[in-house]
Design a protein around this ligand. Structure first.
Ligand code: MN
Length: 245
């Protein structure tokens, strides 16, 4: 079975002249908590857009809602390592390096084969990177780490296997506190590394503040026009969500 994605690795969004653009960190199947946080910040789906930095699924109770969310015209997502592991499994070619069940991937097995295939095909379409036009220039989004010091390298050539791996899995930039800016782009936004509050290294933002965690953490929304963070509410649904973990 061919499990290679056919989607462009980088997708560009033109400027939103009507409303705000927000990036949000890992969701991990906590869509009810995400919706509550969106309500809290007065997100307006008629004119605002929400960009997920990936890891839509696994760990939380509502991974099965992922296709409904991806059908919403204001919601856009790149691929995280969990989305990657799910589509590989769902299309019959599991990623061999990680025991996915230990990392929250068991929900897939509860779907019938047709539903698994629908999820797999859709998640395999998620690109590895977005670039969003803002009044002050392009903002890039990559799940884990940008493999290059210059965003043009994301734009001008196909990603090598190791560069794609970096986009999905790397923690190096964060762990090494590598603060050189990524050139030719206003900012780059990552999830993947869970932090207690948004962190910034050079022009690179780490925004996964654990909104998916059952008893701690919150969603952070990074306004891509202002490059300012809005804190969502804490884990208000903890008692509901903990049952599933
Ligand atoms: Mn991740």
């Amino acid at each position: 079975m061919d499990s290679s994605p056919t989607t462009p690795q980088l997708v560009r969004f033109s400027i939103n002249t009507q409303g705000s653009d927000f990036a949000v960190g890992d969701i991990h199947g906590c869509f009810t908590a995400l919706q509550q946080a969106l309500d809290h910040i007065n997100f307006n789906p008629a004119k605002d857009r929400l960009f997920s930095v990936g890891d839509l699924v696994d760990r939380g109770p509502e991974s099965g809602q992922v296709l409904d969310w991806l059908a919403r015209p204001w919601f856009h997502a790149i691929c995280g390592n969990h989305d990657f592991m799910i589509w590989r499994s769902a299309l019959g070619d599991p990623y061999p390096e990680v025991n996915h069940l230990e990392h929250g991937g068991g929900w897939l097995n509860e779907l019938d084969q047709e539903a698994q295939r629908r999820v797999g095909k859709r998640l395999a379409e998620l690109p590895l990177a977005f670039e969003v036009e803002t009044p002050e220039g392009l903002v890039g989004l990559v799940h884990a780490d940008c493999p290059y010091d210059d965003w043009q390298d994301m734009q001008n050539r196909p990603l090598s296997a190791s560069a794609a791996d970096c986009c999905l899995w790397s923690r190096e930039r964060f762990q090494r506190s590598y603060a050189n800016p990524v050139r030719s782009v206003r900012a780059v936004v990552h999830g993947h590394v869970t932090v207690s509050s948004m962190q910034k290294l050079g022009n690179v933002f780490f925004i996964d503040t654990g909104g998916w965690k059952p008893s701690q953490g919150h969603f952070t929304f990074l306004d891509l026009h202002q490059l300012s963070a809005i804190r969502g509410p804490g884990p208000a649904t903890a008692s509901i969500r903990r049952r599933y973990l």
